[in-house]
Design a protein around this ligand. Structure first.
Ligand code: NGO
Length: 532
């Protein structure tokens, strides 16, 4: 569903669209319009490192086009299959995928890329014969495919067959990310999101070159992942969500594995989070022995925070954590297990320290790296641990000290990157405890120079969290995420030299026809010069 309010229109952007339309109609014939700075080559989000339009070199994808992938590479083949899946519904073309290197149709190669592309970048060249994407690994090919998607007409995003032509403007793109970690978080604990809903989210964030999905799997209101050695966590702890609602509101391990696999097939690594030692009412309600007094509290379906804590002195607590982390690690191909650590207001400072000093080694024991909300840096974690900053100011002495010791920092400042904050006072969904965050605010900061005394070299990347106290389904998600997630994704990917609100807002505006074609229910911010 797409909302009616369209916002302001800028004459320049309308003119651009008309030009692009003319170019698209002139299939195969080179017109100068195809190489104007306004062509889809200039509208990519996140902004690429370098774009070189070439007049007379447009390519039109036709019914007999093939997708060829690097011979001998199963990984490249999978990206080719993914590209075909993306392009088949709207074009109605067969787009068979085979191994091959002829520069005709769409070709995905793992050789010959400019060395500057690194691990995740790509080089994309459009000639009248086809589109060649070169990278040094599957991650780069994925990113190149996302760019190709944005070079095609917006109706490529439709799930039903549309009429062509399917013209790609001539030229080249050289592109690689500023930060290796570009994340989105979905809180499936406050409200549960089905496997299909999470897959939809995966597809939406992948389009903006996000490469990590952090799932907040346990909180006071619900435990959402089956743990075989502690079955009541899911069957009881995962039986309600905010506002009540009884059911099996959790992922079985099989379902979770499928989610992880699906995300991987879109170039996304899943980071599971079990929030501890606070935010644990669902676990405490499921097993009485986890409570210091041996009495299980009732399940909780409200929105307060800071009232629960695991029992720091009991040995069973660490058997429980060890079992959970072991099962979770076995389900996790990625490097991180997120152990929470935020708002442990019911745990004393010495207890919090004791807890983290016992639990962080357990993460390592299961072969993973600990990620935690930034409060845990007070406990002197090993320098391998990554701290996720979610504060409301641009200064935090503990985080700066951790960065100086060598810990990497993942940035999710609540005043900029929290997707659950309202856009303005009229936004129906969301909260406002940290800030009102319009799209210009979400875009208006520099992750490399945001936190005082934390140099860019200490920044691992950015993550946009979506907490779901007020968010119940995919429509709600879309309202809060679009257009702000693309803004945060651009901060994570694009070079600081491209940072420019006017240019970004116009590129963002050009995404709207894509969202409409995909059926994405975005918030039509009055700050953006939307186009039809
Ligand atoms: C805080 C809190 C969460 C809330 C969220 C709502 C962190 C890290 N802990 O962020 O429990 O859901 O705000 O905005």
């Amino acid at each position: 569903m797409v909302i009616g309010r369209t916002g302001r229109r800028m004459p320049g952007v309308v003119a651009t669209l008309l030009l692009a339309g003319t170019a698209a109609l002139a299939v195969g014939a080179a017109t100068p319009a195809q190489a104007t700075p306004e062509s889809s080559l200039r509208q990519i989000v996140p902004a690429p490192v370098k774009v070189t339009p070439r007049a007379g070199a447009a390519y039109a994808l036709t019914a007999n086009a093939r997708i060829q992938t690097q011979p001998g590479s199963a990984e490249a083949r999978k990206v080719g299959e993914y590209a075909a899946e993306l392009l088949r519904p709207a074009t109605g073309y067969r787009l068979p995928v085979s191994s091959g290197v002829t520069p005709r149709g769409i070709t995905l190669l793992l050789v010959g890329a400019d060395p500057r592309v690194g691990k995740e970048g790509y080089q994309l060249d459009v000639t009248p014969w086809g589109v060649v994407i070169r990278a040094r690994g599957a991650a780069g090919l994925f990113s190149g495919v996302q760019t190709l998607r944005q070079l095609l007409p917006a109706r490529i995003e439709s799930k039903t067959r549309q009429s062509g032509p399917w013209t790609v403007p001539g030229g080249s793109v050289l592109d690689y990310p500023r930060f290796g970690h570009r994340g989105a978080m979905l809180d499936v604990a406050r409200h549960f999101f089905s496997v299909d809903e999470v897959k939809t989210y995966v597809d939406q964030i992948a389009a903006y070159k996000v490469n990590y999905l952090h799932l907040h799997l346990a909180d006071d209101q619900g435990w959402r992942i089956e743990i075989k050695s502690w079955p009541r966590l899911a069957t009881y702890g995962g039986s309600i969500e905010i506002g009540g609602g009884k059911g099996a509101l959790y992922y079985t391990q099989e379902q979770y594995k499928e989610l992880v696999r699906y995300a991987g097939s879109r170039g996304i690594t899943v980071i599971p989070e079990i929030d501890m030692p606070g935010h644990t009412n669902a676990a405490l309600a499921s097993y009485a022995e986890l409570n210091c007094d041996g009495v299980a509290p009732p399940l909780y379906d409200g929105t307060e925070v800071g009232f629960s804590s695991l029992c720091i002195d009991k040995p069973v607590t660490y058997r429980f954590v060890d079992d959970v982390l072991r099962e979770l690690a076995a389900l996790t191909p990625g490097p991180f297990l997120h152990i929470g650590g935020d708002e442990a207001h019911s745990t004393t400072e010495p207890d919090f320290r004791t807890f983290m000093q016992k639990v962080i080694p357990l993460v390592a024991k299961h072969g993973k790296t600990a990620l935690g909300w930034h409060e845990f840096v007070k406990t002197d974690p090993p320098t391998s641990a990554v701290a996720q900053y979610w504060g409301t100011t641009d200064e935090n002495a503990d985080v700066a000290a951790a960065a100086a010791r060598g810990n990497k920092i993942l940035l999710s400042p609540a005043t900029k990157a929290y997707l659950d904050m309202k856009y303005d006072e009229n936004t129906e969904l969301g909260q406002d405890w940290a800030a009102l965050i319009e799209v210009k605010d979400a875009y208006g900061w520099n992750p490399g120079a945001y936190l005082k005394n934390v140099p860019e070299s200490a920044i691992r990347g950015v993550e946009a969290p979506l907490w779901t106290e007020t968010i119940k389904d995919s429509d709600d998600v879309e309202q809060m995420v679009f257009p702000r997630l693309p803004a945060i994704a651009e901060l994570g990917w694009s070079p600081q030299s491209t940072h420019d609100w006017d240019a970004f807002s116009k590129r963002l505006a050009a995404q709207a026809p894509r969202w409409r074609a995909a059926g994405i229910d975005f918030y039509p911010s009055p700050q953006v010069p939307w186009v039809e």
